[in-house]
Design a protein around this ligand. Structure first.
Ligand code: ZN
Length: 102
């Protein structure tokens, strides 16, 4: 009569099989992609209705922005809306800096 209560693992003293690398890198497999450098966000200048002194993100020149007022020319002229936008541009390279919305 066999002793069925014998555990599956071997008798004491027998070392378990050594841990081999479960997944060996197969040849031709590309390594994991490196971390993508997240570009530093350009600090958004605090824009206002008036020109502001900031550093142009395009030409890196510190200048006072040129402003252009843009009034929403909607058909509803009867309502004087205070909603206006002021676009800021670089005075050196004319790059768009940002828009101030009142
Ligand atoms: Zn510029």
């Amino acid at each position: 009569m066999q002793n069925n209560s014998t555990p599956d693992f071997g008798p004491p003293g027998v070392a378990p099989p050594p841990n081999y690398h479960p997944i060996s890198p197969a040849p031709g497999v590309a390594p994991p992609p490196p971390l993508i450098d997240v570009p530093m966000p350009t600090p958004q200048p605090i824009l206002g209705p008036a020109p502001v002194v900031t550093v142009c993100p395009s030409c890196a020149l510190r200048m006072s922005t040129r402003t252009e007022n843009e009034t929403s020319s909607s058909l509803c002229c009867c309502i004087s809306r205070s909603e206006s936008r002021v676009h800021h541009y670089c005075t050196n390279c004319n790059a768009f800096i940002g828009t101030y919305e009142s």
